[in-house]
Design a protein around this ligand. Structure first.
Ligand code: PEP
Length: 251
């Protein structure tokens, strides 16, 4: 079993004081973790967190990246700018961006392309709504979302991270069962296998109310290579417990 990747998504949370105490508590609680770790933070805090995580096993991540390189796009932050702040990962296509900012599959694919071009690993989120799950459309939806990114990124596709995040499980306290999650991860792995010979080593994360209590079982599934964690990443003890669960799973 390869190293897992545990990534926090802080969403629209934080302050200079809160960030400092959270990162301090994480650093104090991490002793040689056997998994990779990142925190995806609000853009204004990238410089602060970049400094706070320096010399630690925690990588810096952004929650979004512009689909444009430069120009008249007020409010946007480009991949080049993120790179200047030492960003290693950028979430693209989070369901909250798809829902509240009308991001299409094509926009998400372009964001992934621009991130890769700057040496940033895009964490490409895919996932179905409750209605789509109940309508037996889960496979069709996640495959369509991933296909757009595969199509736009050609041979670079092996450099992305995929996150399966069922929309009905995000921030709801309702988690996909390990079997439900594994089933979709296997579908995504097969789709990646058809696109690249590197698919077996690619990381497919699960996200959706992962917490200290359910992490070990979810992360123990054969095609679940890590977690994208929202709420629980804002509590040091919970995030550390998930990291510990992931670390125990390394062969
Ligand atoms: C997320 O925001 O990507 C997420 C999975 O949130 P939560 O863990 O709070 O469900």
């Amino acid at each position: 079993m390869s190293r897992k990747l545990i990534t926090g998504n802080w969403k629209l949370n934080g302050s200079l004081a809160f960030n400092a105490s959270l990162v301090e508590a994480l650093r104090a609680g991490l002793s040689a973790p056997a998994c990779s770790i990142a925190v995806c933070v609000p853009a204004p805090y990238l410089a602060q967190i970049g400094g706070l995580v320096q010399g630690s096993p925690i990588d810096l991540g952004a929650q979004d990246v512009s689909a444009h390189e430069a120009g008249a796009f007020t409010g946007e932050v480009s991949a080049t700018m993120l790179r200047e702040f030492g960003v290693r990962y950028a979430i693209v296509g989070h369901s909250e961006r798809r829902q509240y900012h009308a991001e299409t599959d094509a926009v998400v694919a372009e964001k992934a392309r621009l991130a890769l071009a700057c040496g940033i690993t895009p964490i490409v989120c895919v996932g179905e709504t409750l209605g789509q799950r109940e309508g037996n459309q889960t496979e069709e939806v996640v495959k369509r979302q991933l296909a757009a990114v595969i199509h736009a990124n050609g041979h670079c596709i092996s450099e992305i991270v995929v996150a399966y995040e069922p929309v009905w499980a995000i921030g709801t306290g309702r988690t996909a069962t390990p079997a439900q999650a594994q089933q979709v991860h296997a579908v995504l792995r097969a789709q990646l296998k058809a696109a690249t010979p590197q698919a077996a080593r690619m990381q497919i994360l699960y996200g959706g109310s992962m917490n200290a209590a359910n992490a070990a079982e979810l992360l123990g599934q054969p095609d679940i290579d890590g977690g994208l964690i929202g709420g629980a990443s804002l509590k040091a003890a919970d995030f550390l417990a998930i990291i510990a669960a992931a670390s125990r799973l390394v062969a």
